[in-house]
Design a protein around this ligand. Structure first.
Ligand code: FMN
Length: 413
């Protein structure tokens, strides 16, 4: 399938180029806790330690607060559920529900989906212009992301009392048509439907360390069950427990970071999706999602594109993995488009269920994205089949919401 480099907005002024030495030095594993208090968010992101001799740095008042979101007035995050058009036709209702589908998570916040509404049906299409040819050459994560949007759409339909029927890959001649959702009629909406729906707006990816607070086994079981139910047969979310398996998974994350960030093509692709806090881009990763200041967010894409920070970042991610209350792997029995879509639905339901329980999640997918590491991961958690997503979960700070395209921008007629 032909792939195009995604069109991005121009990178910040190259004159703003920073030397790595101006930012700090690579950190060795260990001594992370002491360091964390002194690192800036950009240093944390890159796994760099502060320059020697610099006085211990206190978080500024601005950093102590959750980072500001730069969302415009038309952002789908601002949709008021009370504005649901009860008396309008089904097309208007479906269009309204799409405001919640587009709040789904997606790799690099690429939002690789398009929708078409016709009467009582809504089609979900893959938008391969948003592909990540280096990190995701088979469009596996792209498809998982679309599965998340599909599950968010279903969650919204149920909240507004609409019974749906979903067909995955309904037309083998059109592989980009991932799903067709038919509204069959009204249904009684339950308290459970409302809870899961409300979690759509509450959920975010939290990339900072979680609170050192254990998660009850019963909560984990509930999240696993939500993934299995939405994903269907063969989709499994399994916790990685025990010191040794957790340490091995954390080490795989570290090694995969080294492989990925050692690749210039990978870094260039990642940098294309990283944006300045006030870029106004409606997709991609604003620096504030990593807790970065304005200046740091300006420098970050240039730094990522230019320097191999794999070792420092790997050490940081290994530490994050080892100290997360829950480490889990989502997998599927088979490794094909339908399984990826179903894994996406399972992931979406797990994230919503976690949010209902007051938990937040973040991703450590690196060992799934590097094929030679995926083999090791598959051996480490054979009960999940083909690993698709690595999640860490816990009680974390509330992070800022990332931007989204409006429904009008992703709806085809
Ligand atoms: C399939 C998939 C893969 C993802 N992989 C990563 C990842 O490897 N690292 C990461 O930090 N976030 C990852 N994410 C999270 C996205 O970056 C995040 O969902 C997106 O930026 C939107 O932000 P939000 O989740 O806070 O709304 C992934 C999300 C999905 C759905």
């Amino acid at each position: 399938m032909p792939r195009r480099e995604p069109e991005r907005e121009p990178l910040p002024d190259p004159r703003a180029r920073l030397e790595l030495s101006e930012l700090g030095e690579l950190t060795a594993p260990g001594a992370r806790r002491r360091l964390a208090a002194r690192q800036t968010p950009l240093q944390k992101f890159l796994g760099l330690k502060p320059k020697p001799g610099k006085p211990a740095r206190r978080a500024t008042a601005a950093e102590a607060r959750p980072p500001a979101e730069h969302l415009d007035a038309k952002s789908p995050w601002r949709t008021d559920p009370d504005a649901f058009p009860r008396d309008a036709g089904m097309e208007a209702k479906l269009k309204f529900c799409l405001n919640f589908a587009v709040l789904a998570p997606s790799s690099h916040n690429s939002q690789p989906w398009r929708f078409r509404i016709d009467g009582k049906t809504c089609e979900v299409w893959a938008d391969r212009r948003k592909a990540l040819p280096v990190a995701d050459p088979e469009d596996r994560e792209l498809t998982i992301s679309c599965g998340c949007a599909l599950e968010f759409l279903r969650t919204a339909l149920r909240r507004f009392g609409l019974e749906e029927q979903i067909r995955l890959l309904p037309d083998p001649r059109r592989p980009d048509l991932l799903a067709r959702v038919l509204v069959r009629g009204p249904r009684e909406s339950t308290l459970e439907d409302t809870r899961m729906f409300e979690a759509i707006a509450a959920r975010r990816t939290t990339r900072t360390p979680f609170a050192a607070r254990a998660v009850a086994a019963s909560a984990v079981k509930t999240i696993e069950a939500a993934a299995a139910e939405a994903g269907g047969p063969g989709v499994v979310l399994a916790t990685v427990a025990g010191d040794q398996p957790r340490a091995r998974l954390a080490r795989l994350v570290h090694e995969a970071d080294v492989v990925q960030l050692g690749s210039r093509a990978f870094r260039r692709e990642l940098a294309l999706w990283m944006h300045h806090n006030r870029s106004g881009a409606k997709d991609g990763l604003p620096g504030y999602a990593y807790g970065m200041s304005e200046l740091e967010s300006l420098a970050a894409p240039l730094v990522v594109r230019t320097f191999d920070v794999g070792e420092g970042r790997g050490a940081r991610d290994e530490h994050l993995a080892q100290h997360s209350p829950v480490l889990a792997v989502l997998g599927s029995e088979r490794d094909d488009t339908e399984s990826w879509l179903r894994a996406g639905r399972g992931l979406a339901a797990a994230l919503l269920r976690a949010a209902v329980l007051g938990l937040t999640a973040s991703y450590l997918n690196q060992p799934v994205e590097v094929p030679e590491m995926r083999v090791h991961l598959k051996r480490l958690v054979p009960e999940v089949g083909w690993p698709q997503i690595v999640l860490r979960m816990g009680y974390g700070p509330l992070t800022a919401r990332t931007p989204r395209h409006t429904v009008a921008e992703v709806l085809d007629h």
